[in-house]
Design a protein around this ligand. Structure first.
Ligand code: HEM
Length: 488
């Protein structure tokens, strides 16, 4: 086609598609046309110059077998400035140190128990009263907003030991939470716009950069205040009812242990300064809040529009947990939750179609050749669109766009484990998600409790399209009506 060969138009197309709606579907289309690996190039004045791949062998190579050649790199840090040198943006020794520190905290059973207890309390005292009221008064609810509140409450509790009280019945605006949402906009904008352009906007304090500047002040003020009050209470010594299980108190308390852990490893020394704590809070809050709330939102969109799946999940709840139609909900134990195979499959299927982190990013440290034969230059940037990968026909079959939890269940009735290059919602290799178990527990706890008591109907005419963002969530939220199930 002579038109697409014209370089200006050819290079402008990706830029236009990524700035208009449907960026994720555009990448899916591009990869399907090009054999799953290609170059994404915008006009020379833009920042767009990446290799993109959804080929499972390339993905395993980049994220696992040759991961030491791929890091986040300095370009990533500039765009994701708000993360500072936290775990999501850090490389080398700084990342290794934080991975160990976070891993030791997330693994403890006390930690999982505390998070579960918080989730139950936030459901019983926050989410349920809001849903009951909406059902009684016939009001619409925006599930995305509700789940964002639910997950920020849980994350703030285990991170800082505080309640934001955002789940009160009148759904109050919480400036700190709002600032977090506003900041996200700037990251996507920086990913697709020329650096000179966004730097000028930032300097002039206008547009998304201006908004982000204000948001970042609110975020920093709030977190530094929290850190100061934690240091103050640590100075006073332990209080009577003080369990200090929150992450920041534990980071402060294990300062000595942490330096010991650095001395044992070959990592460089890293004091647990206020800035380190600030970066940890922002990173774990970003990692813990948004993906889980997005997963819950997409799950309820899919289940509310697929009646047979909803029915099967309810049947499984009755069979595995021994509860009867009309009985009041009792939260199951960890062991009972593990029995819910069909539910697990429905969650995996949701994450395949709607991975909350739709794109992963890496920079090559040295030149390399991918298994597909694609040459990678030093410092080349690579995008791995998990969204496109979950919708690849050659990997998932001709029904890849359908919501079918059954594809995750073997003939023996067990969960089928997909290869690490195939199912990538939690990423893969040494930098894979540290909160996977926690996220699955939160999801299952919320989903079972809500599904037992309520049925949702998406409001007629409400448009559900993914936002162009670094996270995958519905651009206009998810507006639903609530119907109480009998006995709830
Ligand atoms: C459904 C929910 C979740 C999904 C789909 C998810 C997915 C991911 C993905 C794709 C990454 C890799 C990001 C990258 O390489 O840039 C990641 C990293 C991470 N996630 Fe999650 N996540 C979820 C929930 C959570 C939760 C609840 C936590 C706990 C706070 C958490 C903590 C982390 C951390 C700390 C990392 C950084 C790991 C590293 O760089 O070493 N995630 N997650």
């Amino acid at each position: 086609n002579p038109l697409t060969c014209w370089p200006l138009i050819r290079h402008a197309v990706p830029f236009i598609m990524l700035t208009s709606s449907g960026a994720h579907d555009y990448m899916t289309y591009l990869l399907a046309q090009s054999g799953h690996t290609t170059q994404l190039k915008g006009p020379s004045f833009t920042n767009l110059r990446h290799i993109i791949t959804s080929d499972p062998e390339n993905i395993s190579h980049i994220l696992s077998s040759n991961s030491s050649n791929y890091n986040k790199g300095p370009g990533f840090k500039k765009k994701f400035e708000i993360w500072g040198d936290g775990i999501l943006a850090a490389d080398s020794d700084s990342w290794k140190f934080q991975r160990r520190l976070n891993h030791s905290l997330f693994r403890g059973t006390d930690f999982l128990r505390m998070v579960t207890a918080t989730a139950r309390r936030k459901l019983e005292d926050g989410v349920f009263p809001i849903l009951d009221r909406a059902a009684d008064l016939g009001h619409q609810v925006d599930l995305r907003d509700l789940f964002q509140r639910f997950t920020i409450e849980i994350t703030c509790k285990f991170l800082l030991g505080i309640d934001l009280n955002s789940l009160e019945i009148n759904l109050p605006e919480v400036p700190f939470a709002k600032a977090f949402d506003e900041y996200k906009e700037v990251i996507y904008s920086r990913c697709i716009r020329p650096e000179g352009f966004w730097r000028l906007q930032k300097w002039l304090k206008i547009g998304v950069e201006g908004k982000a500047g204000k948001a970042s002040e609110i975020i920093n003020d709030f977190i530094y205040q929290q850190i100061a009050s934690k240091r103050e209470s640590l100075r006073k010594g332990p209080q009577e009812d003080d369990v200090s299980l929150d992450m920041i108190s534990r980071f402060m308390a294990v300062e000595d242990e942490a330096s010991q852990c650095q001395a044992d490893s070959e990592t460089t020394s890293m004091p647990i300064s206020d800035m380190f704590l600030r970066d940890s809070v922002v990173n774990v809050l970003s990692a813990g809040r948004d993906p889980t709330s997005a997963a819950l939102t997409w799950f309820f969109l899919l289940v509310s529009t697929h009646e047979p799946v909803e029915r099967k999940i309810r049947e499984e709840l009755k069979a595995a947990l021994g509860i009867k139609e009309g009985e009041k909900w009792q939260f199951p134990s960890f062991q009972d939750i593990d029995k819910l195979v069909y539910l697990h499959a429905a969650i995996c299927e949701t994450l395949r179609l709607y991975p909350p982190i739709p794109i992963n990013y890496r920079e090559a440290i040295r030149p390399d050749t991918l298994p597909s034969g694609q040459h990678v230059e030093k410092n080349a940037t690579i995008l791995i669109p998990f969204y496109a990968q979950g919708r690849t026909e050659s990997l998932w079959g001709a029904d890849c766009l359908e919501f079918k939890p059954e594809r995750w269940i073997s003939e023996k009735g067990e969960i089928v484990h997909m290869g690490c290059g195939k199912f990538t919602a939690f990423s893969a290799g040494p930098r894979s998600c540290l909160g996977k178990d926690l996220a699955l527990m939160e999801l299952k706890l919320a989903v079972t409790a809500i599904m037992w008591s309520y049925h949702f109907e998406v409001v007629e005419g409400h448009s559900v399209v993914p936002a162009n963002s670094i996270g995958l969530y519905p651009k206009h939220g998810l507006k639903i009506r609530v119907i109480k199930n009998s006995g709830a």
